[in-house]
Design a protein around this ligand. Sequence first.
Ligand code: HEC
Ligand code: HEC
Ligand code: HEC
Length: 351
Amino acid sequence: MRSYIRKISYLVAATIVFAGLAGVLAICSAEESQTEKPNENSKCYVCHPDMKIEELTTDHLDMDVTCDECHGPSTEHMHDEMLMTKPDLLFGRSEVDRMCSNPTCHKPGDGREVYGRQDHKDPVAVEEFFEKWTGRMRPNGRAVNHNSVCTDCHGTHNISKPIDTRSGEQPQWVAAFNGSDLAGWKTSDSSNWKVQTGRVVGTAGTNDKGSSLWTEAIYENYLLAITFRATWPVHAGIWLRGAESKSGPRIEIFDSAPTFTGSILIPGKGLTLTNIREDLVDRESWNTISARVEGDKVQVWLNGEEIGSVRGIAPAKGKIGLYIEKHPASKSGRFIVREVQIQKLADAEEK
Ligand code: HEC
Ligand code: HEC
Ligand code: HEC
């Protein structure tokens, strides 16, 4: 049924794309006129909550470019209970570059048709980024290569996770961080944890003990995906099953040669899993740490690469926590978190 819906929709989408490109031209120039303040994106967030903190969306929203400007008002899409009507404007992968390279949006240089790597304000930085990521998977699930389009390198602007439909059948990813405040979270050091421009920002305190920001909810078996960046050097981490007395395992975010981000620390036992690949973390940009926590086992990935797994973790359930501690070499270390997505797994015995 669903694939049938998709097929129909793609046909519709294909016809719409032509109208779309023309529409975007109009849209980008309309932007200049500023006759009315563009409305914000909340009507779309109802069903696309991930987009609240998605980079491409928030970067454009900062410049008053809303969903409508790129996808059209999409009134029917929003009100179609059967979820069969697509948004007004859609872009297949092959349309993305051209749509973004509209001269009133991102104007290419030297008569080129597409805004290229060389047209960027800092082409050297883009080249370095390109070298670093070529052939590897970005946190948005796209690989970078010579044919990469804007959205391969920018943002996580795609439906990579099940979105909040009302079917209730599929397991759901739930955003533990709402993108605007710390509702659902608790800390005893509130001066160390702030929300700034839609991100949780952790700063190391002045005391020697680290500081944690905990979920109020308790989790047992789950998948976790956290998108973060840091100002290095930093010593941060992610608690997986935190409890008052025993703090459970922690995924480390640090640079402690020969071990690096993605290693697992078990308080009292030390590092029980070590990541020795320094290049897996992107120090300049966003990274995604994912974990599967089930029974007494935890398995960890960093930017799509599996680091490994450990068994024998305890306790059996606990809170998820963000952690940062003072770094001897830096007073200004920050741990910046954009997304905390959790998908509960069924109890082990139910399977
Ligand atoms: C009532 C819920 C709902 C609202 C409100 C909503 N959407 Fe959607 N949207 C969906 C669903 C469901 C899908 C299909 C997801 C899938 O294919 O997995 C979707 C898919 C999309 C897609 C991708 C379509 C494709 O086939 O690639 C775009 C783009 C989109 N929505 C944009 C918007 C925009 C822009 C708004 C606000 C103007 C909006 N949506 C508001 C439910 C909604
Ligand atoms: C190979 C990866 C890659 C591709 C493809 C790419 N970008 Fe970028 N872009 C980057 C990086 C990396 C930066 C940040 C550079 C820096 O540190 O200043 C950036 C920065 C930007 C900026 C902000 C600074 C500036 O140069 O104006 C804009 C706007 C931008 N990109 C637009 C686009 C558009 C539009 C496209 C598609 C036509 C695109 N990018 C394609 C990697 C890419
Ligand atoms: C600057 C223009 C722009 C803005 C603003 C924008 N989008 Fe998009 N959107 C795109 C483009 C381009 C694509 C195609 C991306 C790709 O596949 O690489 C897309 C794709 C999507 C998809 C489908 C991705 C998929 O996996 O099929 C969804 C859903 C979506 N947008 C929703 C939204 C919502 C909701 C908003 C506002 C909260 C929004 N977009 C704001 C340009 C935009």
